[in-house]
Write a protein that binds this ligand. Structure first.
Ligand code: FAD
Length: 287
């Protein structure tokens, strides 16, 4: 089923994200964790794509596993570190696997490499266009950044490119993680004002260790509110306390989003079934 159909039902949806293993050795462990997450019956499960590296083949395998648990799958795909030929082959393998949904991403530009390299795509919109040609039946989504993509000059320029991606065929957008809901509300207002009308899935990351918070800031540059910093300062050295506090903080964000009319939430599970289950349990009468 296409994600666009799932999102069009006028119901609150909670979907989840997993990532593939980095090596073959970990495949079974990750696959089992993904199965446990799918068994929680989220609206759909997305699987990230290891840009350009040898791990890229696992995304389709994990997506097939998600579907085998009766849950719709969304395969991520990046184009920045691959030749156009490889990208087209990846789209064909997603199609052959019977995956209906692709999250079209540029990927991060690797340090020290000439960009774009010869025969490479430059932006996610180029990937959207080639998916449209290669697999026209697919439902395509894209990424968006409430606090602005780090490469963009300013928020207005970033939103212009988001609108172009949507006009090219993105039927929904998933946000980068954020820890202050007012940032999402402000961004949503700007998107709607710019004429971007597709569903905007709010990306929520349950942060359950101090290291995870430091890494989240490093990777996404997102703002950590004082309220959350205080939680990490108080509980960051005690794994059980930090885990519980992180689940509650994420759940609190989700409840506030739903109460304010946000229909679609996407949880970055970090492949942790217990954390995904903890959030769902706290929302059992709400979703
Ligand atoms: P783009 O849409 O191409 O945007 C990148 C930058 O280029 C922005 O600053 C934008 O304003 C600008 N831009 C866009 N189009 C144009 C244009 N035509 N002309 C000039 N400038 C333009 N990374 C992975 O490697 N694997 C994953 O699975 C993955 N999943 C993700 C899922 C989500 C929900 C999010 C939010 C991010 C994910 N990422 C993933 C990270 C993502 O690949 C990086 O943030 C990357 O740097 C940008 O990808 P993009 O698709 O947003 O790029």
């Amino acid at each position: 089923m296409k994600i666009s159909e799932i999102l069009s039902k006028n119901e609150v949806t909670l979907s989840m994200e997993v990532f593939p293993p980095k090596t073959e050795v970990n495949f079974e462990n990750v696959n089992n964790a993904v199965g446990e997450i799918a068994d929680l019956k989220p609206a759909f499960v997305s699987c990230t794509y290891g840009a350009g590296g040898g791990t890229s083949k696992y995304t389709v395998e994990i997506s097939k596993n998600i579907k085998s648990h009766g849950v719709e799958a969304l395969s991520h795909l990046t184009c920045v570190s691959s030749s156009k030929k490889t990208v087209i082959e990846q789209i064909e393998s997603i199609k052959e696997a019977g995956i209906d949904n692709i999250l079209a991403l540029r990927g991060d530009i690797p340090d020290g490499l000439e960009f774009p390299g010869e025969n490479q795509f430059e932006h996610a919109i180029d990937l959207v266009n080639v998916i449209k040609e290669t697999y026209p039946e697919a439902c395509i989504g894209g990424a968006c950044y409430p606090e602005k993509h780090p490469d963009a000059l300013d928020k207005d320029e970033d939103i212009i490119h988001i609108r172009e991606k949507v006009m090219a065929g993105c039927e929904f957008l998933t946000t980068q993680m954020f820890f202050d809901n007012s940032i999402y509300y402000n961004y949503l207002y700007r998107l709607r004002e710019a004429g971007v009308g597709v569903p905007i899935l709010a990306g929520i990351m349950p942060v359950t260790t101090r290291r995870q918070m430091e890494r989240s800031i490093q990777l996404s540059g997102c703002i950590i509110p004082a309220r959350f910093k205080a939680i990490v300062d108080a509980f960051g050295d005690s794994p059980d306390k930090m885990k519980q506090a992180g689940i509650i903080y994420a759940t609190d964000q989700i409840i506030d989003l739903i109460a304010n009319g946000c229909k679609h939430i996407h949880v970055y599970t970090m492949n942790k079934p217990d954390i995904a289950a903890g959030i769902l349990k706290s929302l059992s009468s709400i979703i």
